[in-house]
Design a protein around this ligand. Structure first.
Ligand code: C2E
Length: 351
């Protein structure tokens, strides 16, 4: 959902949508927090999303859209909100688990203390006592020993349960983190994961490739969104295969745009991988699932840039993008290696 908003906000209608969202918020006296802004962007940009329907029903009921409502909606429907909600829940479970372990440790400590006191009393009273007194003493001590042993084994069980719970919690958080980093349509990494991976890869030598599906908009207009989504999935599956080797990292970068990071690899190697993908894609005739009609072949264009000394991720992206545009301008269905001269005039790409 948020990747749609991301692409809307990088599209031609960005200012108009942002303005409409602010106007609508002002009209309904909604406080302009970042969360509310994201929610109201959904409201003005998509007719039938859950968020839009929920906001519309609050407006219809004449109720004030409160900050609390905004937070609840965001936690439920925006991926980042969901993540922080999950983290808060996980934090609470963790605190509860730790509390119960420390209660058990405290109780075991009290029992051990009582045991120690009993031992001390016993050794005092043993001096000069007869056999019967010794027997009573031994009986008292063995009862106390059993109590300590039972407490300890309860504590062990509790620790085992807690370790188990913490393991499940860690798995769950890992899954939530993976979901927050994955594009739902293609299962490739999403833009957020890509930004982080590129930042990390730029610590060393790296080649970056950007790939875009040619004439995707007109394809979408002709065959509809559903078929358009299938084409995106198809290209994603081919691009994803490039990244199966080595440390490579493939992501859906935007609507019909993909990126592959090649850490420590030369541009020639990236070009070869992209050429293979391009040939594979352009030689396949896709079918429309619902009618079995031929959709024809689709093509992709790519731009490849190798990181230069001192270049930031943004500058590298900008050069790969310029190489992609060179491919488009030269007639599409091709890959272009970025020249070095663009490095000096690279300007930051809009975030
Ligand atoms: P999907 O439909 O979930 O298919 C996943 C994979 O199952 C495909 O990966 C392919 O290996 C296999 N598969 C599914 N249906 C068929 C089939 O009818 N014949 C054959 N030979 N294999 C099949 P692949 O090819 O990488 O495609 C990935 C995704 O790209 C597909 O996911 C689908 O969403 C889309 N796609 C691929 N080809 C077409 C196509 O001709 N038409 C449409 N509408 N979508 C396609």
């Amino acid at each position: 959902m948020s990747s749609d908003i991301d692409s809307l906000l990088r599209g031609a209608k960005a200012y108009e949508l942002a303005k409409r969202a602010i106007d609508a918020m002002e009209a309904h006296r909604v406080w302009p927090t970042a969360v509310n802004f994201e929610l109201w962007l959904h409201y003005v940009s998509s007719k039938d999303s859950e968020v839009t329907q929920q906001i519309a029903s609050v407006i219809e009921s004449g109720e004030q859209f409160t900050e609390h409502m905004g937070e609840e909606l965001a936690a439920k429907h925006l991926p980042s909100g969901k993540l922080s909600g999950e983290l808060i829940d996980a934090g609470k479970s963790l605190t509860e688990e730790l509390d119960s372990v420390s209660r058990a440790i405290e109780s075991a400590r009290e029992t051990s203390e009582a045991y120690g006191q009993q031992l001390a009393t016993a050794s005092e009273s043993l001096q000069g006592e007869d056999a019967e007194a010794v027997r009573v003493m031994v009986e008292t001590l063995s009862q106390a020993t059993r109590r300590v042993r039972d407490e300890n084994s309860a504590l062990e069980n509790q620790l085992a349960e807690t370790t188990d719970e913490l393991g499940k919690l860690r798995e769950h958080l890992e899954q939530v983190r993976r979901e927050a980093m994955t594009d739902g349509l293609t299962n490739l990494a999403n833009r957020k994961a890509f930004d982080e991976a590129l930042e990390a890869a730029c610590q060393g030598p790296v080649t970056l490739a950007i790939v875009d599906i040619d004439h995707f908009k007109s394809f979408n207009d002709t065959w509809g969104h559903q078929t358009g989504d299938q084409v995106i999935r198809y290209v994603a599956s081919v691009i994803g295969r490039i990244a199966e080797a080595g440390q490579r990292f493939a992501a859906r970068y935007g609507g019909e745009e993909f990126a592959v990071i090649f850490p420590g690899e030369a541009p020639g190697v990236a070009l070869q991988a992209l050429e293979q993908a391009r040939e594979e894609i352009s030689s396949r005739i896709l079918k429309r699932r619902s009618t079995n009609e031929d959709l024809g072949a689709i093509t992709i264009s790519g731009g490849i840039a190798e990181k230069q000394p001192g270049e930031t991720p943004v500058m590298l992206l900008e050069r790969a993008d310029e190489a992609l545009y060179a491919s488009k301008n030269a007639g599409r269905n091709r890959n272009t290696l970025a020249g070095l001269d663009e490095a000096s005039k690279a300007k930051p790409r809009a975030a």
